[in-house]
Write a protein that binds this ligand. Structure first.
Ligand code: ZN
Length: 162
């Protein structure tokens, strides 16, 4: 396993939609490296394009900072349901260091993905897990938190970055 360099804004790989992932040993090794990279950063989620690999794969673990690690690897994830309730939450991004963006998203979703054994999984996610999964899913479509802001907030965030 290895800690990989994290791609940062405005690298064009962060705004490029990703291709479907093939579940093979290369992808499994990448997922292991991504988990190590996420924990080292430290972060709660990391998508493959953030380490420069443009495939539909992300890892997340929303509980480890509170002492209950539960690493998850999502291969070819899809949001198959979004709840009607939305809420704003301050989101950081390892690829946009120093910037916190308040993004409004659905508070519960259903995520479908393939696990590393090739089994299709489906689960309802709420709270920080739902937010994190949507943030990482956005990365696979080349969408950043900055793109979810209104023009004023976006200009403010870009000014902070500069
Ligand atoms: Zn991010």
């Amino acid at each position: 396993m290895a800690v990989l360099p994290i791609v940062t804004y405005p690298d064009p790989r962060l705004t490029t939609p990703c291709a479907p992932a093939v579940l093979d040993d290369t992808t499994r090794a990448l997922a292991a490296d991504m988990l190590e990279t996420m924990y080292a950063a430290p972060g709660r989620g990391l998508a493959a394009p953030q380490v420069g690999v443009l495939i539909r794969l992300f890892v997340m673990d929303t509980g480890w900072k509170d002492g209950t690690p539960a690493p998850r690897v999502m291969v070819n994830p899809q949001i198959v349901r979004q709840g009607a309730d939305v809420a704003p939450m301050a989101e950081g991004c390892l690829s946009i260091p120093g910037i916190t963006a308040v993004v409004t998203r659905p508070t519960d979703i259903t995520l479908r993905w393939t696990d590393l054994d090739g089994t299709v999984q489906e689960q309802d996610l709420t709270g920080i897990e739902a937010i994190c999964a949507q943030h990482e899913q956005d990365h696979l479509d080349g969408i950043l938190t900055l793109d979810r802001l209104d023009p004023v907030a976006r200009a403010q965030a870009l000014a902070e970055l500069a």
